[in-house]
Design a binder for this molecule. Structure first.
Ligand code: ZN
Length: 219
């Protein structure tokens, strides 16, 4: 049983507190499953071990309504140990719950990265998606797998990389050529069994989830 108190060894040295402020029933369901299957166990035992000492970390998840359906939301640091993930429910339309969960996991990875930067473990200049992949690819994979064990490795990895490919059009991040090159590195490093290194390939693989023609969708 996951516990922040009375645990053995290092587990008693920190806490993670996830505050929720969510009304949308579909988001509530996704977050509940994600937390139940994942966060209490995986976050505390595996993800935060390298970072957290004694102060704990608070992650507040809030629901927003932005008219742009392509915007999932974002994460931000409120203070040294307090973070907020904002989720846009207009992003949900027609997408599978699995895909929405993978997008939320992406935002969690941003929190981990911001936390590492605030702890001085990663340089502030490295707050990019490249660093996100470098450091949290396996973490994101595990969190999505724990959300739904029925998802294939290829689907999960494609969802993760689709999240990155979405930034091909974001000039503020690394440019598309760099990202394409980096995809190749990631594929090789992780021994993925994918037969293409094109970002479009991953988007195509996840299209059924993005369009909601595969998996459960939010009503
Ligand atoms: Zn991102």
């Amino acid at each position: 049983m996951p516990s922040s108190e009375g645990g053995s060894g290092d587990q008693s040295n920190y806490k993670i507190e996830l505050k929720k402020n969510i009304k949308n029933p579909c988001l509530t369901n996704i977050i509940d499953v994600l937390l139940k299957n994942n966060l209490e166990i995986e976050l505390t035992r595996k993800l935060l071990d390298p970072f957290v000492s004694t102060n704990g970390i608070n992650i507040n998840i809030v629901e927003i309504s932005n008219p742009d359906p392509s915007l999932l939301g974002w994460s931000k640091a409120l203070s040294l140990n307090n973070f907020e993930i904002q989720i846009n429910t207009n992003f949900f339309e027609s997408k599978s719950k699995d895909y929405i969960a993978s997008a939320i996991v992406h935002e969690f990875a941003h929190v981990f990265l911001k936390y590492s930067i605030q702890q001085g473990n990663i340089s502030p200049q490295s707050d990019t998606h490249k660093t996100l992949l470098d450091n949290y690819m396996s973490t994101m994979y595990q969190m999505i797998k724990n959300y739904n064990y029925n998802l294939s490795d290829e689907t999960i990895n494609s969802m993760i990389l689709t999240g990155m490919a979405a930034f091909l059009n974001a000039p503020s991040d690394i440019n598309s050529e760099e990202l394409k090159d980096y995809f190749n590195e990631v594929i090789l490093k992780n021994n993925f069994s994918l037969d293409s290194t094109s970002p479009n390939y991953y988007q195509n693989l996840t299209l059924d989830h993005i369009r909601g023609t595969f998996g459960n969708i939010c009503n």
